[in-house]
Design a protein around this ligand. Structure first.
Ligand code: SF4
Length: 392
């Protein structure tokens, strides 16, 4: 059992229970050292030996392959990542092939996985590994942290998994497990440095690879966000949330504002040869480097056709006739939601220019599959492929 923790006079949000949880003011390194650390390590490693997950990237010690898996696993679930990981290693078996690939090929292999900055960073980091480290993924933490797209938890995950180096990790699963174990009374993101201390204190320096993987597996398969299975948990005896029956309340959640909503007018612009105009988004920013159908945000008091005609003039310097409606789509990103209203358009005059994008191109309907598009645009392509060509 953990030593008793200070009684917090406040109430747990959403609960009528006064909770002996740890407030932010009591987050000291001693809190972690007071835990029965040796028993926690042993029980977790024993559990992992019987219940750890078999994952493709655990069958290798290749730094490149493990790095790819760690980047894909940022913000994406294991079952989604597995087929992408396997395809990626076929397309780019080593860092040299990735460094030499063009960005469009890299993005095509990432298409559908989301958070495309990860793919752009992998590509840039591969080029840096070739230029600065002789083609070998660096083995020192300070060097790994210099690579684009790699923060402390990713670096710790890579170096512990590939080289058994004793670095802690703190991904979403680990934050949740530690917050419950210790009984943290604030959302984990308000106590990050303290949770890092916890992960470091608990880490078994003799078996860092197995320990970190065990901790991730515990969070992913037993100490899940909803309905954790405490009766199967090796830490149930030590866990403050379980002792207090607060496992469904912890970790404390952030109060979230509703996501802002944007209405977007989107144009499928046809020329007289039956080709469609697409544009490449700027490298910086959301979905950078991906292709899309042009369009933009609907202004107050503007109709969708008015919006499309204005945006196309401003973004591409051409005039179009806005025609029939093709499809309306709702899509949610991390920080906002969009409704895309898509119309067929006829090109009237002007030479398309990349005024607010990196590149523009006329392509045939059959060639759209050769370009990486954001997920929402795939439904537009499917609608185009299943419909009649307008403006004949
Ligand atoms: S006992 Fe329950 S709440 Fe505590 S760490 Fe285990 S699964 Fe999570």
């Amino acid at each position: 059992m953990p030593r008793s923790v200070k009684v917090l006079s406040g109430l747990v949000a959403g609960s009528a229970l006064p909770a002996p949880l740890i407030p932010l003011t009591d987050c000291s390194p001693d809190r972690w050292r007071e835990l029965p650390v040796a028993r926690l390590r042993r029980s977790l490693l024993d559990w992992y030996a019987h219940h750890g997950r078999e994952l493709p990237w655990r069958r290798t010690e290749d730094l490149y392959a493990i790095w790819v898996s760690e980047i894909m696993l940022q913000q994406t679930q294991v079952k989604t990542v597995i087929p992408y990981y396997e395809r990626w290693l076929q397309a780019f078996p080593a860092v040299g092939q990735l460094a030499q690939a063009n960005q469009q090929t890299v993005l095509m292999n990432w298409q559908g996985l989301g958070y495309y900055a990860r793919a752009r960073n992998l590509h840039r980091a591969a080029q840096s590994i070739i230029a600065d480290y002789g083609g070998q993924f660096p083995e020192q933490m300070a060097d790994v942290l210099k690579l684009p797209g790699i923060g402390r938890t990713t670096a710790g995950g890579i170096l512990s998994a590939a080289l058994n180096q004793p670095y802690p990790i703190l991904d979403g699963n680990v934050k949740r497990v530690l917050a419950r174990l210790i009984g943290l009374s604030v959302p984990p993101n308000h106590a990050l440095s303290w949770l890092w201390e916890g992960s470091e204190t608990l880490l078994d320096a003799t078996h860092p690879r197995a320990f970190n993987q065990a901790l991730m597996d515990l969070g992913a398969t037993v100490c899940t966000p909803k309905q954790p299975q405490c009766d199967r948990c090796p830490w149930a005896t030590f866990c403050q949330a379980h002792q207090l029956n607060l496992q469904s309340v912890l970790p404390m959640s952030e109060t979230r504002q509703p996501l802002p909503h944007k209405r977007i007018g989107v144009a499928v612009i046809w020329n007289s040869h039956g080709q469609i105009l697409i544009d490449k988004r700027p490298q910086s920013g959301l979905l950078g480097g991906l292709w899309e159908f042009p369009g933009g945000k609907v202004e107050p008091n503007e109709t969708i056709p008015e919006c499309i005609a204005r945006e196309i003039q401003e973004e591409l310097g051409i005039q179009v006739e806005v025609g029939e409606h093709l499809i309306t789509l709702d899509h949610a990103y991390t920080h906002f939601k969009v409704t895309l209203s898509v119309h067929h358009c006829r090109h009237l005059s002007g030479e398309p220019q990349p005024i607010e994008c990196d590149e523009v191109k006329w392509v045939s309907l059959g060639d759209l599959d050769q370009y990486p598009f954001p997920t929402a645009n795939h439904k537009i392509i499917a609608a185009l492929q299943s419909g009649e060509r307008p403006f004949r």
